[in-house]
Design a protein around this ligand. Sequence first.
Ligand SMILES: [Zn+2]
Length: 163
Amino acid sequence: MKTDDDWMRIARDYAVQEKGSDPANTPIAAVLVLDGREIARGVNHTQECCDATAHAEIVTLRAGGKAFGEMRIEGATLYSTLQPCGMCTFASIWAGVSRIVYGAGRKDVHEMYFEDRHLSTLDFVADAYKDDLELVGGVLVNECAQLYFRPWDEVPEDDQAND
Ligand SMILES: [Zn+2]
């Protein structure tokens, strides 16, 4: 049985395999796991698909739903190399995901990766929205955070799109 660390390493390696390790390419990957088996995986394709919703988690949930044959994949765990944004967090709720496990959190990366100034969507979900969605952050945090611009990095304006 693979551990959270094992799955996160799979997600991280997949991000690098598909998008390289340059933060300018925003290598974010997600893996959807149910009963110890991988159902789907994906990387962000916002740029390539001209699609603002094509975050790694959304791409993965779409593929997972198709593979599973239903839109709700209850009991599944969604692994993501970076803390999911609000859109992906809520998509996970609609997909019936039971756990979200992420690598780098918002304090580990540049503020450009998050749409809000100070609200953590995950805290919001945990505190006010759902009590059957477990959130675990900081898994392989250093290995994941290395893929992104860090809080102290001077990021050129042109690279400041979270895609
Ligand atoms: Zn997202």
